[in-house]
Design a protein around this ligand. Structure first.
Ligand code: PMP
Length: 351
């Protein structure tokens, strides 16, 4: 009997989510610890009245508000079921036979998944010894079949963001028929003034593509809303690959409500970034070489002890995200949660 399934399925890596165990301290998925922003629960409740109807296919209101906020025409904004879905749709939209995509490694684990599903060859460029994108090596990896270079800033899971100087170099070096994709899922947490807002700085470049999400700072991870900004032709191409009704009605309403609560979002982000500073400084006393983080998580380069540390934390009901043989990503939580994690780290390195 012939098999109807693709022969290369084994080569599609599986996404490994951060663990969730009831009542544990959850520092495994880069969520914010404060619950929904004001107005969000009401918006979802309102949306519940009309769940027998399809949502607005064009996501007109939300895209309209984003367009005003960003100062960009609405046809340049595409929404999707989280930015992870849009990353997949972008790969589908650029998948010509033989296509390659360049990105750093280690970086967001959805990139190899999305590339492989779309039939694109991944060219992974190792990070520098201090866990940053190796921008010169990434530029050097761009070849005639490269359709896109993906820059994750801040980089999940290692934490550093790229600077304006680094991004300027990418735009100067890469031909215009190669998309420069900047994944800014954690943009709101960036405090280093050397690291630019890619929409502000590069939106006029014809090959710039920027991803943003409502999952992190805006606190809507469970509802799945992300968006992408690109030139109209690229935005149109990606929107053709989006599954119809990708952003549900509750998610559209909730994202609008979250945007109304921007002041509170900024206040929460400031709490997270100040906790980040404190926690990273304390962690550095226990583990050398914890890299700078511009996100709501940081990286413990524990190498072969990564999985062991995660298990040690789990015994204490603390969930972190190990990457076997490499390191552990720890989300910044509430002060007492961070203290519990630091205490676990101290016990681990001293044993
Ligand atoms: N990009 C990066 C760098 C991420 O870390 C994540 C979430 N882990 C995403 C995109 C996707 O986020 P979402 O699909 O929830 O918008």
């Amino acid at each position: 009997m012939s098999d109807p399934l693709r022969e290369d399925l084994e080569s599609i890596p599986r996404y490994v989510p951060g663990k969730a165990i009831p009542d544990a301290v959850k520092l495994s998925s880069n969520e914010v610890p404060y619950g929904p922003l004001p107005g969000v629960v009401e918006a979802i409740t309102d949306a519940a009245e009309t769940v027998h109807r399809y949502p607005d296919l064009g996501v007109v209101k939300l895209r309209g508000v984003l367009s005003q906020r960003l100062g960009l025409p609405v046809e340049r904004i595409v929404t999707g079921t989280g930015s992870v879905a849009l990353i997949g749709h972008l790969m589908q939209a650029i998948a010509k036979p033989g296509s390659e995509v360049v990105y750093s490694w280690r970086s967001f684990e959805a990139y190899p998944i999305a590339a492989t599903i779309a039939g694109i060859t991944s060219v992974q460029v190792p990070n520098t010894a201090d866990h940053r994108h190796d921008i010169d090596a990434m530029i050097a990896a761009v070849g005639p079949d490269t359709r896109a270079i993906v820059i994750c800033s801040p980089n999940n899971p290692t934490g550093p963001a790229v600077t304006a100087d680094e991004l300027d170099r990418v735009f100067a070096a890469v031909p215009e028929d190669v998309l420069v994709v900047i994944d800014e899922a954690y943009r709101e947490f960036v405090t280093d003034p050397a690291c630019p807002d890619a929409i502000e700085r590069y939106a006029d470049r014809p090959n710039a593509v920027v991803f943003r999400t409502f999952s992190k700072a805006w606190g809507l991870a469970g509802l799945r809303v992300g968006y992408m900004v690109a030139r109209p032709g690229v935005a149109d191409a990606v929107s053709r690959c989006v599954i119809p009704f990708a952003v549900n009605a509750a998610a559209q309403r909730a994202a609008l409500a979250a945007l109304e609560a921007e002041g509170e979002m900024r206040r929460r982000v400031a709490l997270v970034t100040s906790e980040r500073k404190r926690t990273v400084m304390a962690a550095r006393e226990l583990v050398p070489d914890v890299p700078d983080s511009q996100a709501n998580f940081f990286w413990l380069p524990l190498g072969e002890r990564a999985v062991e540390f995660a298990a040690h934390c789990e015994q204490r009901s603390i969930l972190v995200r190990p990457f076997a043989g490499d390191g552990v990503r720890v989300t910044v939580g509430l002060p007492e949660e961070n203290d519990a994690m630091l205490e676990a780290l101290r016990a681990f390195v001293e044993r």
